[in-house]
Design a protein around this ligand. Structure first.
Ligand SMILES: *[C@@H]1O[C@H](CO)[C@@H](O)[C@H](O)[C@H]1NC(C)=O
Ligand SMILES: *[C@@H]1O[C@H](CO)[C@@H](O)[C@H](O)[C@H]1NC(C)=O
Ligand SMILES: *[C@@H]1O[C@H](CO)[C@@H](O)[C@H](O)[C@H]1NC(C)=O
Ligand SMILES: *[C@@H]1O[C@H](CO)[C@@H](O)[C@H](O)[C@H]1NC(C)=O
Ligand SMILES: *[C@@H]1O[C@H](CO)[C@@H](O)[C@H](O)[C@H]1NC(C)=O
Ligand SMILES: *[C@@H]1O[C@H](CO)[C@@H](O)[C@H](O)[C@H]1NC(C)=O
Ligand SMILES: *[C@@H]1O[C@H](CO)[C@@H](O)[C@H](O)[C@H]1NC(C)=O
Ligand SMILES: *[C@@H]1O[C@H](CO)[C@@H](O)[C@H](O)[C@H]1NC(C)=O
Ligand SMILES: *[C@@H]1O[C@H](CO)[C@@H](O)[C@H](O)[C@H]1NC(C)=O
Ligand SMILES: *[C@@H]1O[C@H](CO)[C@@H](O)[C@H](O)[C@H]1NC(C)=O
Ligand SMILES: *[C@@H]1O[C@H](CO)[C@@H](O)[C@H](O)[C@H]1NC(C)=O
Ligand SMILES: *[C@@H]1O[C@H](CO)[C@@H](O)[C@H](O)[C@H]1NC(C)=O
Length: 597
C-alpha cells in the first residue's frame, strides 16, 4: 500500500474553515452607494433573519428577506430573559463519550455532544434525519465519516451569533489516472469516491467532514418565560432556543417559533460546506482579522492590499517570526467552475480556474518570500492585475457565477427535464463588500483562509428551491414546510432511478437540497439522483498542470518546518503530508480568532 502512495500527488491544502453564521453584515442603504470609498472593519453583525412569512396564496413567492433591526432583538431579549439567572444546566457528556453510529449504510457520524442527554438525543436525531435527507439525493458509495461536535463555543472563544461551521477534514489533489480532475483540490469525502485504490490507506484522515455546532447560538435566543410555560422546570437545557427540533416530545411537540431555525436545516447546510461547497479565493491581505493583513497593513498602502487570491504557501520562521510566502496553492474543485463577471464594467469575464493556474506561476524564494517582499513583487506582477480586477468585481453583488459543467451522463435529468435544462446554466454566488472583510479566520501552518468568503449562493435564492446554501437561514418554518412552499413555485420534477432488480422507478424531486445546489455538487463530481454517474470518471481528463513554482512551493519550508512525518514522493519532489493533526491544532487556532462578541 505504501508504495502506491508514491504515485499520489497529494497536496494537502488548507482546511478551509468556514464559519457560517446567522448573520451577515447589515448595512445602511447609504453604505451601498459609498462602498467604494468606505470599507471599514464592521461592527459585530446584526442578525440577518429571513422571516418566513405566512403565505396566504400560492401564486407568488412571498418569502422575503428582512434585516431584523437590533432594537427588535433587544426588546425581545429584555422581555423574556429573567433578571435572576435560573439554575444552570448540569454539563454532562452525552453518555460520557463520543457516539459513533451510522446514519445510512455509507455515512457514519461521530457525535461529541457536550450538553445534557435529553438535548443531545434531539441533536442526534436531527443529524440522522439531515444525513438521511442528503443521502436520498447524493450517492455516496465509499463510506464516509462525519465528525460532529455540539458544544458551547464560549469554552474557547465566544461567537454567539455563529450557528457553527462545516469543513472538509482534509483535502487532496487526486493522483494521476484516478479521478476526473488532477488540478484542483478535492474534499476528502469526494476524493474517496474516486480514488478506490486507497480505500484502506492511512492517507485518509479519520473523518471526512468536520462539523461544529454552537450551543451558545441556541442559548442566546431562549425565551425563558415561554420555556417555563412549556413545562421547563429550571434544570437542563430550556426549550425555545434558536434551534428547533422536529417532533420534540419532551416539550409537547411545540411548533416552530418565528426566531427559530430548524436544526436539520442548519446541519444540512454545514454538511454541504464540509463536502466541498466552498472556495479558496479570498481577500487574504485585506480582511481585517487576517494575520497577513496585520503584518503588512502599516507598511503597504491600503489600496495595494485590495486583491483576491487563492490560499498561499506560507510559513513562519521560528527564529525571526515574520511570515514568509512562497506562492499560491491550487484552488478547490468548487473554484473550477467560477467565473467573475461584472456587467457594469468593461472587463471580460474571468475564469477563476485559469486565473488560479496563472497565480500558481508566481512564487518567491528565500528572502524574496518575506511577506513584504512577496507583496511588493506580487503587486507589480501580471498576476496582480487579475487579483485586483477580481477585487473590483467582487466588491459588488452579483458578479460571481458558478457555471455548471455539462452533465457527465447523457440521461441526466438536467438534460431530459425541460425546466431544469432551461433553468440551470449557472448560479450567482454571494459577493459584495461584506464578504471581503470577514471577521472569522482560521490560520495555521498549512492552512490559511479567511472565514466565510465565497461559499454561499446569492440572497436571491433565499426565496427559491435553492435556499439551502444562501447565507441567511429562513426562520419560523420547519424544513419540510420551507421545502414544500418553494417547490410550489416550480414545475414538478420527475426523475428515474434504477432499482435493485433493474426496474425503473419514477420519483418526484423535492429535496431541501434544491436542483441548483445539487447541480453544483454534480459539477464538482458527486453522483446524484439527477445525474447518476456512479463515480465512473468520464470524458477527457485534464492534463496535469505544471508550474515552475512546484519545486519551490513543495520543497519549501512549509514541509520542512512541520513536525509531521512526511512521505516523500518518488518524482517531482511532491510531498504527502496529511493533516491528521488538524482538529486539535487548527480548531484551537481558529477559535482563538473568534472575537465576535
Ligand atoms: C442599533 O442600535 C444602535 C445603538 O443601540 C442604534 O444606533 C442603531 O440605530 C440601531 N439600528 C437599528 C437598525 O435599529
Ligand atoms: C421596543 O421597545 C420600544 C420602547 O420600549 C417600543 O417603542 C417598541 O415598540 C418595542 N419594539 C418591539 C418590536 O417590541
Ligand atoms: C447510553 O449508554 C447506555 C449503556 O451503555 C445505552 O444503553 C444507551 O442507549 C446510551 N444512550 C444513548 C443516548 O446513547
Ligand atoms: C466507528 O465504529 C466502527 C465500528 O462500529 C469502527 O470501524 C470505526 O473505526 C469507528 N470510527 C471511529 C471514528 O471511531
Ligand atoms: C454568549 O453566550 C454565553 C453562554 O451562553 C454567555 O455567557 C455570554 O454572555 C454570551 N455573550 C453575549 C455577548 O451575549
Ligand atoms: C401538551 O399538550 C396537551 C394536549 O394537547 C395539553 O393538554 C397540555 O396542556 C400541553 N402541555 C403544555 C405544557 O403545553
Ligand atoms: C426537572 O425536569 C427534569 C426532566 O426534564 C427532571 O429530571 C428533574 O428532576 C426536574 N427537576 C425538578 C427540580 O423538578
Ligand atoms: C413527526 O411526527 C409525525 C406524527 O407522528 C410524523 O408523521 C412525522 O413523520 C414526524 N416527522 C419527522 C421528521 O420525524
Ligand atoms: C435542452 O436545451 C437545449 C438547448 O439549450 C435544447 O436544444 C434541448 O432541446 C433542450 N432539451 C429539453 C429536453 O428541453
Ligand atoms: C448565466 O446563465 C444565463 C442563462 O441562464 C445567461 O443569460 C447568463 O449570461 C449566464 N451568466 C454567465 C456569467 O455565464
Ligand atoms: C423514466 O423512464 C420511463 C420509462 O423508461 C420513460 O418513459 C420516462 O420518460 C422516464 N422519465 C424521466 C423523467 O426520465
Ligand atoms: C443512465 O444511463 C446509464 C448508462 O449510461 C444507465 O446505467 C443508468 O441506469 C441510466 N439511468 C437511468 C435513471 O436511466
Amino acid at each position: 500500500m505504501k508504495r502506491a502512495l508514491y504515485h499520489l500527488h497529494v497536496l494537502v491544502l488548507l482546511l478551509s474553515i468556514f464559519i457560517v453564521h446567522s448573520t451577515i453584515h447589515a448595512k445602511d442603504d447609504n453604505d451601498v452607494t459609498s462602498i467604494h470609498h468606505l470599507i471599514q472593519p464592521r461592527e459585530p453583525a446584526d442578525d440577518f433573519t429571513i422571516t418566513a412569512t405566512t403565505t396566504t396564496t400560492t401564486t407568488t413567492t412571498t418569502s422575503t428577506a428582512t434585516h431584523a433591526s437590533n432594537s427588535t432583538k433587544t426588546n425581545a431579549t429584555q422581555t423574556h430573559t429573567p433578571w435572576v439567572p435560573l439554575k444552570p444546566a448540569t454539563p454532562l457528556h452525552y453518555n460520557q463519550s463520543v457516539v459513533n453510529r451510522t446514519a445510512t449504510p455509507t455515512i457514519a457520524y461521530q457525535l461529541n455532544c457536550k450538553v445534557d442527554d435529553p438535548f443531545c438525543i434531539k441533536v442526534e436525531n436531527g443529524i440522522k434525519q439531515a444525513i438521511s435527507e442528503f443521502s436520498k439525493v447524493v450517492d455516496i458509495k465509499t463510506n464516509i465519516n462525519i465528525q460532529v461536535s455540539y458544544y458551547s463555543f464560549c469554552t474557547t472563544g465566544c461567537s454567539n451569533t455563529s450557528y457553527g461551521f462545516g469543513i472538509p477534514s482534509s483535502q487532496f489533489i487526486l493522483p494521476f489516472n484516478e479521478g476526473p480532475d488532477l488540478n484542483h483540490v478535492y474534499p476528502q469525502a469526494l476524493a474517496k469516491q474516486y480514488v478506490h485504490s486507497f480505500n484502506t490507506s492511512s492517507v485518509w484522515s479519520a473523518s471526512d467532514v468536520t462539523i461544529e455546532l454552537n450551543h451558545d447560538a441556541y442559548m442566546q435566543s431562549v425565551d425563558y418565560e415561554k420555556a417555563s410555560s412549556l413545562g421547563w422546570n429550571g434544570t437542563g437545557v430550556p426549550p425555545t432556543g434558536r434551534f428547533w427540533f422536529v417532533n420534540d416530545t419532551s416539550y409537547n411537540n411545540t411548533s416552530i417559533e418565528k426566531d427559530q431555525v430548524d436544526f436539520r436545516y442548519v446541519f444540512l447546510h454545514e454538511l454541504l460546506h464540509g463536502l466541498g461547497f466552498l472556495s479558496s479565493w479570498a481577500a487574504y491581505f485585506w480582511s481585517s482579522s487576517s494575520p497577513f493583513r496585520q503584518l503588512v497593513e502599516n507598511v503597504v498602502d491600503d489600496d495595494n492590499l485590495k486583491m483576491i487570491t487563492p490560499g498561499m504557501y506560507w510559513f513562519v520562521d521560528d527564529n525571526y517570526g515574520p511570515t514568509y510566502i512562497t506562492g499560491f496553492q491550487s484552488t478547490m474543485i468548487f473554484d473550477k467552475y467560477l467565473v467573475s463577471y461584472d456587467s457594469s464594467s468593461d472587463q471580460p469575464p474571468m475564469n477563476l480556474s485559469q486565473l488560479g493556474f496563472s497565480m500558481q506561476d508566481f512564487c518567491r524564494q528565500d528572502t524574496d518570500s518575506f511577506i513584504l517582499n512577496f507583496v511588493s513583487s506580487f503587486r507589480v506582477s501580471s498576476q496582480a492585475v487579475g487579483a485586483t480586477n477580481l477585487w473590483n468585481a467582487m466588491i459588488e453583488p452579483g458578479t460571481l457565477f458558478f457555471n455548471f459543467s455539462a452533465p457527465a451522463v447523457s440521461n441526466s435529468t438536467y438534460l431530459t427535464d425541460a425546466y431544469l435544462n432551461q433553468t440551470y446554466h449557472n448560479m450567482t454566488l454571494l459577493t459584495g463588500a461584506a464578504i471581503l472583510d470577514t471577521q472569522l479566520e482560521q490560520f495555521d501552518q498549512d492552512t490559511n483562509r479567511p472565514g466565510a468568503a465565497i461559499s454561499h449562493v446569492d440572497d436571491i435564492y433565499s426565496s427559491t428551491v435553492d435556499f439551502l446554501m444562501a447565507k441567511g437561514f429562513i426562520s419560523g418554518k420547519s424544513l419540510e414546510d420551507i421545502t414544500q412552499e418553494m417547490y410550489q413555485n416550480i414545475p414538478v420534477i420527475y426523475y428515474n432511478v434504477t432499482s435493485h432488480n433493474n426496474s425503473i422507478i419514477t420519483k418526484t424531486y423535492a429535496s431541501p437540497i434544491g436542483p441548483g445546489i445539487l447541480r453544483i455538487l454534480d459539477s464538482m463530481g458527486y453522483s446524484t439522483a439527477l445525474t447518476n454517474t456512479s463515480y465512473v470518471a468520464m470524458g477527457v481528463q485534464t492534463a496535469k498542470f505544471r508550474s515552475p513554482c512546484d519545486d519551490i512551493n513543495d520543497n519549501g519550508p512549509v514541509q520542512s518546518s512541520t513536525t509531521e512525518p512526511s512521505v516523500a514522493s518518488g518524482d517531482g519532489g511532491l510531498v504527502l503530508s496529511p493533516n491528521y493533526c488538524f482538529s486539535g491544532i487548527v480548531l484551537a487556532l481558529m477559535l482563538a480568532l473568534l472575537h465576535l462578541d
